[in-house]
Design a protein around this ligand. Structure first.
Ligand SMILES: [Zn+2]
Ligand SMILES: [Zn+2]
Length: 458
């Protein structure tokens, strides 16, 4: 009995121990498994950041061997500057080139006759990568904003990415969007309103800068408008009481905006010019017109500023017995930089494409150098899909929109740098097509950015 009792108790203890062990294992095993999976995932992501070296080499070589052909197209655009909505030669040149490379091309798309869309695919896939090509110039100054280089860089991305897709049978689609009228006219605003970029997974492009490179452009949201006041003409001496003075109305609006400037944010600005306010002092003016521009930190802040500006015009019209009409131009949204894409662009530039960390500002750098109060209609794309507009150094002695920048935009050096930016964007694009995990990170960043800006429900 004793022996049996001893064995029985022993077994009971063993059972209890086994039970406790089983419970502990049940709790900790899944935890250990999760930790292991996380470790492996993190480790493999760190170990394989970016594409394999042979793909990078393939892309780089394809672009380098197309360099002289791309230089010819670059100079053709640079030597034939065309301003907004008149970019016929550039549109024809680029669309024709994509056709000759076997891409499916359509011109006169999304509401603009000088816009085009080119598509390339080897096998169907879920994701598509869009590269924007700008090619509009400035009146008098020619390509003083270097949009010939944007077109060149996008051609380079198209050459590099399509070569890899052919060689490796990568599923998915490349899209090149020819986007006119960036300087004024809001080409991308019009194209977006006609449904452009809706089926793209990401949108990538670049822009030249005089003396620095970075993957993150910082721009303001901006909106221009015209105001037209209608009054009633009268003899200014004989019967001024019969008139409603449109000149007075626009002066009141002008001054009202001046007073409002005292109460706006440091990141906001209002510019005004009066274009017409009467013909002769002995006639009460029945018509006045002005042009105005608003800028703010982002589109949300711009909407708030706009709601403070409109009543000034209504008030000026009401107090003079006039009427007013406001004509809103294209809205340029602020650029929302996708940080996953920006970090990866910087990674390729430093690790694979020959820049040193000193050559490219990190995406976290928001110094005054990067934030120059400008605007870009790429902002509109960045609210439709995740994207980046990177900046590359062309060693110019002055800012864009100057004669010396125009000269720099035509040099061999600028061409080489446009190709380098095109290579980085080609690599990012391929990674979006190849790596679902990477794309998920990109998309989840974008969703958070949009939620923060009130553009997607929380
Ligand atoms: Zn410009
Ligand atoms: Zn520009």
């Amino acid at each position: 009995m004793d022996g049996f009792e001893y064995t029985y108790k022993e077994r009971q203890r063993e059972h209890a121990l086994a039970l406790v062990l089983a419970i502990l294992l049940n709790i900790f095993l899944p935890l250990i498994a999760i930790m292991a999976i996380n470790f492996i995932e993190q480790h493999s992501r760190e170990g394989t950041t970016g594409l394999p070296k042979h793909v990078i080499q393939l892309v780089s070589e394809a672009i380098d061997s197309a360099s002289s052909e791309l230089r010819r197209l670059n100079l053709e655009i640079w030597n034939n500057p065309e301003t907004r909505f008149k970019e016929e030669k550039a549109c024809k040149l680029l669309a024709g080139w994509f056709e000759s490379q076997g891409w499916t091309v359509q011109t006169g798309v999304y509401g603009i006759s000088t816009a085009f869309e080119a598509r390339f695919s080897v096998t169907p896939g879920e994701r598509s990568v869009c590269y924007n090509a700008e090619y509009d110039a400035l009146p008098e100054l020619g390509h003083a904003c270097g949009h010939n280089l944007i077109a060149t860089s996008t051609l380079a991305s198209a050459v590099g990415a399509s070569a890899a897709m052919k060689e490796m049978k990568i599923p998915g689609t490349l899209i090149v969007m020819g986007t006119p009228a960036e300087e004024t006219g809001g080409g991308k605003y019009i194209m977006a309103n006609h449904g452009a970029w809706k089926d793209c997974s990401v949108v990538l492009m670049t822009h030249a800068m005089p003396d620095f490179s970075t993957a993150r452009i910082v721009t303001k949201a901006s909106w221009k408008f015209r105001a037209k006041f209608h009054g009633k003409a009268a003899h200014a001496a004989a019967a001024p009481w019969n008139g409603n003075n449109a000149c007075d109305a626009i002066v009141m609006a002008y001054n009202g905006l001046g007073l409002l400037r005292q109460q706006i944010q440091k990141t906001e600005s209002i510019q005004s010019v009066i274009l017409e306010a009467g013909k002769a002092p002995n006639i009460i003016p029945d018509y006045a017109e002005g042009s105005f521009s608003l800028r703010a930190f982002d589109s949300k802040a711009l909407e708030r500023l706009r709601s403070r500006v409109i009543p000034i015009f209504d008030g000026a019209a009401a107090s003079t017995g006039c009427t007013v009409e406001l004509f809103w131009d294209a809205l340029y949204e602020d650029v929302v930089t996708n940080m996953t894409l920006a970090n990866r662009y910087t990674h390729y530039m430093i690790n694979d494409l020959g820049l040193t960390p000193a050559d490219i500002l990190p995406p976290s750098d928001l110094s005054a150098k990067v934030d120059q109060n400008g605007s870009s209609d790429f902002g509109n794309c960045s609210y439709i899909q995740p994207g980046i507009q990177t900046l590359f150094n062309i060693n110019a002695t002055d800012m864009p929109h100057t004669p010396s920048f125009q000269k720099a935009a035509g040099t061999d050096f600028a061409h080489t740098e446009a190709l380098r930016a095109g290579k980085a964007n080609a690599l990012i694009g391929l990674e979006v097509l190849l790596d679902e995990g990477f794309y998920k990170e990109v998309k989840s960043d974008w969703i958070n950015d949009m939620k923060e800006r009130g553009r997607l429900p929380e």
